[in-house]
Design a protein around this ligand. Structure first.
Ligand code: UD1
Ligand code: CA
Length: 446
């Protein structure tokens, strides 16, 4: 297989996003657009990778390293166009023999298989290949101008196209694969005599064709190469990605009663025979083991759900929630940074934060772990088989021993020994005949 290198252009400010965040860090299915591009490209195991960023974009570099630890960086000080941006990768790619893929950080839905198909098309006969698509509405995209018989003669940007060219619906995805030596031979020749006064990478097509090199194109479906320039396109990318993730879950043996109302993240791991009811939102970092049930209207992020566990309806699993095998987390229960061990039940109206709930323990309705004293977070440890009566407040740090009982309505501030009963509430007093006496007293006042 021909070795590959990649360049990802990610220096654009993305003014049309109207955002303080660099465009490529905007998320689609819980993962930045840059993360999507790098994880697809990563499957080609590139020998070298260069991400071109703008000045002062440390967050872009951090994100790129998460998804491609070998990535190197080049800074484009001013945004003078895609060819200008690609030029900054020159030093890192000097001497590389193979195929270089140029990717745009704002084209997040592209699949690894498509990139492979593109890279494989590059040969000595055709050293430059364009990834193209038939657009329903080509507005805003560069158009491919083909010679009779197939080769690409030029790419014309929307703003430079005449009316006839604007009617062309075969568009440039922005992604190209090119023999690395040819890239650096032609790039310096690209000028900026166009409507936007920018150095267009797309001009490399015309230069290659004029130099007698054949430029080919490979097609993919339009949704895969949607370019995200504004929030409306971001929302379209999200919808398309959700469709893809849901289809993958269904194919893997997950039941989604209403797929369209279940939101997944790019890294969501769901085992076969999981059932997910309608209106569930799954943020990044979630894994759900086989046979688990996620009931309607639940919200999960950075959490794990064990085999045959049940969550919801209306449950919230926050970062660090670990629901083990056959445990139950019921309605209006919030769990944060806590382990609910095997078979334990937290069924109604409860907050469990910074805690362990031992195997088989039962947490009564309305129980709260008071984990925060205004300055620090503290831990609550609930032993195996313990029983916490309804509406108890467990003031951390505190331990409830194995098999211990806590009476309903208690405010527990001290450790409870294994097997003991702790009751910490006002004692009930009863005054016989009090109601009649009160009525009589009220009567004299009238
Ligand atoms: C580009 C293509 C167009 C294609 C479309 C597909 C060019 C000239 N045009 O247009 O043919 O149909 O993508 O989505 O390439 N960038 C930099 N530095 C710059 C300019 C851009 O890093 O100076 C980066 C941007 O961050 C972005 C990518 O390059 O990730 C594409 O730039 P953008 O301005 O969005 O190009 P389009 O107008 O969409
Ligand atoms: Ca774009």
């Amino acid at each position: 297989m021909t070795p590959t290198a990649i360049i990802v252009l990610a220096a654009g400010r993305g003014t049309r996003m109207r955002s303080g965040l660099p465009k490529v860090l905007h998320r689609v299915a819980g993962r930045s657009m840059l993360g999507h591009v790098l994880s697809a490209a990563g499957e080609l195991e590139p020998r070298r990778a260069v991400v071109v960023t703008g000045p002062d974009m440390p967050a872009v570099e951090r994100e790129a390293r998460r998804f491609m630890p070998v990535a190197q960086f080049a800074v484009q000080p001013q945004q003078k166009g895609t060819a200008h941006a690609a030029g900054f990768a020159r030093d890192e790619l000097a001497g590389f023999e193979g195929v270089t893929l140029v990717l745009y950080g704002d084209v997040p839905l592209v699949r690894a298989g498509t990139l492979q198909r593109l890279a494989r098309e590059v040969s000595a006969d055709a050293p430059l290949v364009i990834l193209a698509f038939e657009a329903d509405d080509p507005k805003g995209y560069g158009r491919l101008i083909l010679d009779a018989g197939g080769p690409v003669r030029a790419i014309r940007e929307e703003k430079d196209a005449c009316d006839e060219e604007k009617r062309i619906t075969l568009c440039n995805s922005g992604i190209i694969a090119i023999d690395n030596a040819l890239l650096w031979e032609l790039l310096p020749e690209i000028g900026n005599a166009n409507a936007q006064g920018e150095y267009y990478l797309t001009d490399i097509v015309e230069l290659a064709a004029q130099a007698g090199r054949e430029v080919r194109h490979v097609r993919c479906d339009e949704p895969e190469v949607l370019g995200v320039n504004d929030r409306a396109q971001l929302a379209v990318a999200e919808r398309l990605m959700q469709r893809r993730l849901r289809a993958r879950a269904l194919a893997n043996g997950v039941t989604l009663i209403d797929p369209d109302s279940v939101f997944l993240s790019a890294d969501t791991e769901i085992a076969p025979d999981v059932l997910i009811e309608p209106w569930v939102f799954i943020g990044p970092g979630v894994s759900i083991a086989e046979g688990a049930v996620i009931r309607a209207h639940s919200h999960l992020e950075e959490a794990s759900v064990g085999p045959r566990a049940q969550v919801g309806p209306f449950a919230r699993l926050r970062p660090g929630a670990e629901i083990r095998e056959t445990a139950k987390v019921g309605n209006f229960v919030e769990v944060k940074k806590a382990v609910i061990e095997e078979g334990a039940k937290v069924n109604h109206f409860t907050y469990i934060g910074d805690a362990r709930v031992g195997a088989g323990a039962n947490i009564g309705a309305g129980t709260i772990t008071c984990n925060y004293d205004g300055a620090n977070k503290h831990f609550t440890d609930i032993g195996k088989g313990a029983f916490i009566g309804s509406n108890s407040a467990l003031v951390a740090p505190v331990r409830i021993g194995e098999g211990a009982y806590v009476g309903s309505g208690s405010v527990i501030t001290k450790d409870v020994a294994p097997g003991a009963l702790a009751v910490a509430r006002g004692r009930q007093v009863e005054k016989p005949g009090w109601a009649a006496r009160r009525k009589a007293k009220a009567g004299t006042q009238d």
